[in-house]
Write a new protein. Sequence first.
Length: 150
Amino acid sequence: MTLKQCAAFRPDGERCKRLAQEGSEYCHSHRLYVEEKPSAIHPLPEGKIELVSSTAWALCEFCGDAYPRIDLFLDGNKRLACPGCYFRASLLDATKGQQQKWYISAHQVEELAVLHSITYAEALVEIHEIGFRSEEYNGHLFFVKLEASG
């Protein structure tokens, strides 16, 4: 019986130091090792993959957070706004002209949320962040903000 070193190479480039099995060039760990050149890489068929462009992401010009470009909206001044900021702007537009306190119904908030592709829960976070609080009147939920400014 002749002992010989395994013919396989490890990932670090070093040759395996184990002994080859009898009648083989390789040790037990490398018994399935096949040293062959990989086949040529063929390009993917057209339409199977789309490259992501450098403009795929953009920043909301109001909060500064990064979003996929497709999720951002242009406001009236052609500035990019995320759904949350766009929702806030629409909310403030909906309460524009109200004196001393602003109010909006929960139903209106829900409609604005759907219009701006955010969930009702996300809308509630946004509305509370800008100072509105919940109030119930005659069994209906409203959001009220005191000391409305211009």
